[in-house]
Design a protein. Structure first.
Length: 280
């Protein structure tokens, strides 16, 4: 049995899990809902509620890039990325970050092509993204049938497959979206990571049926919170993984550049995977 060694300093915490010899190939995974780099806190709501949503984002985005550079992640799942509205001076934030880090990236709007949001300025640039230093062998965009935020980003790397989601604010829609996600995953033979903002306002128990059906595990087994960043008390941001992938370090940095805290997990991939789990 693996013993977790936890240390908490302010809002920052780390779970260190001893490494076993049968694992190899470290991979650092960063999940971060950056709120379009519009900031957070009381100033976000001045002079009017949610005024910050409409402000230019360059200053905060530069700070986010500096933080990401300090983490040195191999894979980055970004939730709430501006893909080129006036807020980001018509530039895609994922492009900016990827160029700075010299990484590959995939970015797409969160809303279906036929949705009302896809026709509204600013909203039609609200996206999710995946960035990685590893070669992307394939990718697909899927869309849930329910909810406003419908995008599922599926990315295949040499050793695993990753799904990035931002689930609905409504409980019923979230459950239907999880059923859909299960169907997308069920024929995948490679190890899987599913990451994103799950909006689990009912707590992590909302995911129990999904985890039981898929066999996925939570990289944050102690359910440490990441939202809101100024005083976290909810676990909304999840990194779920196949048993073939071993988390060896989990960290929620004390970074308050968004309303969500970033989530960092170091993984090892087992060397003794069956061949069918390594091949697509």
């Amino acid at each position: 049995m693996i013993e977790n060694n936890c240390s908490v300093t302010g809002q920052s915490l780390r779970i260190a899990i001893p490494c076993r010899k049968q694992y190899h190939q470290n991979m650092r995974f960063l999940l971060y809902n950056i709120r379009y780099a519009t900031g957070h806190g009381l100033g976000y709501h001045l002079p009017l509620p949610f005024s910050g949503f409409f402000r230019h984002t360059a200053t905060t985005l530069n700070q986010i890039v500096e933080f990401i550079e300090s983490v040195k992640p191999d894979v980055i799942a970004l939730i709430e990325v501006d893909a080129g509205s006036y807020r980001s001076h018509r530039c895609c934030q994922a492009d900016i970050i990827a160029k700075k880090l010299q990484q590959f990236h995939i970015v797409e709007t969160k809303y279906g092509n036929n949705s009302l949001a896809s026709k509204v300025p600013v909203l039609n640039k609200q996206s999710n993204a995946l960035l990685t230093s590893k070669e992307i062998t394939a990718h697909q965009f899927h869309y849930f049938a329910e909810g406003v935020k419908r995008l599922v980003i599926e990315v295949e790397l040499a050793e695993l497959r990753i799904f990035i989601v931002h689930l609905s604010l409504k409980y019923r829609h979230r459950q239907l979206q999880l059923e859909h996600l299960h169907r997308l995953m069920k024929d995948t033979r490679k190890p899987i990571i599913v990451a994103g903002d799950f909006n689990t306002f009912g707590g992590s128990r909302e995911l129990e049926l999904f985890k039981a059906a898929t066999g996925l595990l939570d990289a944050n087994p102690m359910h440490y919170p990441s939202y809101p960043s100024r005083a976290p008390h909810r676990q909304l941001d999840f990194i779920l993984h196949s048993p073939q992938i071993e988390p060896v370090d989990f960290h929620i940095p004390d970074i308050q550049l968004s309303d969500h805290s970033p989530v960092v997990c170091d993984f090892h991939l087992k060397t003794n995977l069956p061949k069918e789990n390594r091949d697509s």
